[in-house]
Design a protein around this ligand. Sequence first.
Ligand code: FES
Length: 162
Amino acid sequence: MEKSICEQHEKLYAELDKFIEEIHADGSALIEVLHKAQQLFGHLPVEVQEYIAEKLNIPVSKVFGVVTFYSFFTMKPRGKHQIKVCLGTACYVKGADRLMDRFKEELGVEEDGVTKDGLFSLHGVRCLGACSMAPVVMIGENDFYGRVTPDEVPKIIRNYTK
Ligand code: FES
């Protein structure tokens, strides 16, 4: 099992190498390279950041600075469908914490966790800008659910498991 994970990783690193060579990347192409790496690995763990720093001949601190600055980069694994439960004030007042608890229970994960099948990750986020529809949940970049009750959670999840 361990071997296959290593082999899989080797393949991903080889693909990243190929990309870096193709675009003749140096330090100025850092963001482009990070995008590619996140696409390949799903997230940007420290070892991948160190690898990129070495390849581009720049300090690891610079890579880390960019990864933590831009919200579209993540160091944590994410599921295929990212569930974002708004925990902003308006949503909180309308029971967002109970909603979050129900998602945790149904998915068997904690906040920022990923389900074993990799299908979902669960995140608490700040105001999504739709307070009048509180409490609000977003799945991926496009699916928006307003005035959600905890009892609707299983049905919402089922929309993505069919
Ligand atoms: S507080 Fe949740 S959408 Fe504004």
